[in-house]
Design a binder for this molecule. Structure first.
Ligand code: UDP
Length: 362
């Protein structure tokens, strides 16, 4: 039977591509268009080899309710016309919630990849998305034992849960450029290993709060002027907020980059003295790349990363302090353990096949 893989954003493409690759002809990729920007969508799709993708329409940039509702309608029609044996969604986006609801409405078995993450921060729409998806999923692929404990605490039956690890580990190893190519990439950005800061920011708690955005700009510019060069990959949402708040000029000491191809971003992350980010995926990637990270957030659904690799700070002077402290201490993380396993793709596909066999027998 076909497995409909519903996705809409860059991190979903990156983390679902290894699974789609292993499923081969059985996978049907449905793109809701939540990330509509070319640098966040089509270029990443081709980079991670997701080529046969059916686009459901452009719902990016609209209100959360419209994104979920429009994608749900389009998916419902798609599933009615061509019913898949199973639907797979990943993570906590509006696209993932729409996919989960569409599967549920048609009584199609649902798999949630990256199940059981919890920030316990009810102000984040992602927290609501992941809770809703987990509770209606038939198979929950949990990256870590901590994620399983979160699901069990909410009363989700252990028969529905599998410990799989996270496919991000395989994605990093597949896309990290060779050492020689990394030298070229660093050279093109005029930086040297361990002597620059890499930053990415796009969460609404940072971009939509002008005071938060202003202090982040101040702190990053201060580091770039007085400490080490700062390379900032600027997400379209962040760019719009910087422009709207007249902050581009204050950001002048920082190297302002467009969203980078995945391989290029990984190469820069691999050799950064410290990374500054509010991204979910980056919190996982640093545990594979063994680099220190300053997470600019109120809360995180990935406490595993905090253990060795990351520090959580809210936007403010604490940000600059944390970055300078990390640069000064230059932690050696080479032997710190990655909490996300090694064979997530194989484990997930095995669990999917089991569920398909059980559904067919029933
Ligand atoms: N990323 C990228 N290019 C960039 C910045 C990030 O390819 O310029 C990758 C990053 O390595 C990670 C993913 O995009 O795998 C994270 O996406 P994003 O921060 O948009 O979403 P989140 O992970 O926070 O859901």
């Amino acid at each position: 039977g076909t497995i409909a893989i519903v996705l809409g954003t860059r991190p979903e493409m990156i983390k679902l591509a290894p699974i789609a690759g292993r499923l081969g002809d059985r996978a049907r990729i449905l793109h809701t268009g939540q990330h509509f920007d070319d640098a966040l969508s089509s270029s990443i799709l081709s980079e991670v080899s997701l080529t046969e993708v059916a686009a459901l329409g452009m719902v990016g940039g609209r209100s959360r309710g419209v994104q979920i509702g429009a994608a749900l309608c389009a998916l419902d029609e798609n599933f009615a016309a061509n019913r898949p044996a199973m639907v797979m969604v990943q993570g906590d986006t509006n696209a993932a919630l729409a996919g989960a609801l569409a599967a549920n409405a048609r009584g199609i078995p649902l798999v949630h990849v990256e199940a059981g993450l919890r920030s316990n921060d009810r102000a984040m729409p992602e927290e609501h998305n992941r809770i809703l998806i987990d509770h209606i999923s038939d198979l929950l692929c949990a990256p870590t034992a901590g994620n399983i404990a979160n699901l069990r605490a909410e009363g989700i039956a252990s028969q529905r849960i599998r410990l799989t690890g996270n496919t991000i580990v395989e994605a990093v190893w597949q896309h990290l450029p060779s050492a020689g190519r990394r030298d070229e990439i660093l050279g093109a950005h005029s930086v040297k290993p361990d002597a620059y800061v890499l930053a990415t920011l796009h969460r609404p708690e940072n971009t939509d709060d002008p005071a938060a955005l202003r202090t982040i700009v101040t702190e990053l510019s201060d580091i770039a002027s007085n400490s080490l060069p700062v390379l900032l990959s600027i997400h379209p949402r962040t760019r719009a907020a910087l422009v709207a708040n007249g902050l581009l000029e204050s950001l002048e000491p920082v190297s302002q980059l467009p969203p980078l191809p995945y391989g290029e971003f990984l190469a820069l992350a691999r050799h950064a003295a410290v990374i500054v980010s509010d991204s979910g995926g980056v919190q996982e990637e640093v545990t594979v790349l063994k680099r220190p990270l300053v997470v600019v957030r109120r809360s995180t659904e990935r406490p595993e990363s905090l253990r060795h690799f990351a520090a959580l700070v809210t936007p403010g002077p604490a940000l600059g302090d944390a970055v300078r402290r990390t640069i000064a201490s230059a932690p050696d993380l080479a032997n710190a353990r990655c909490p996300y396993g090694e064979h997530a793709t194989a484990r997930i596909v095995e669990a999917v096949n089991e569920l398909l066999a059980r559904t067919a027998a029933a």
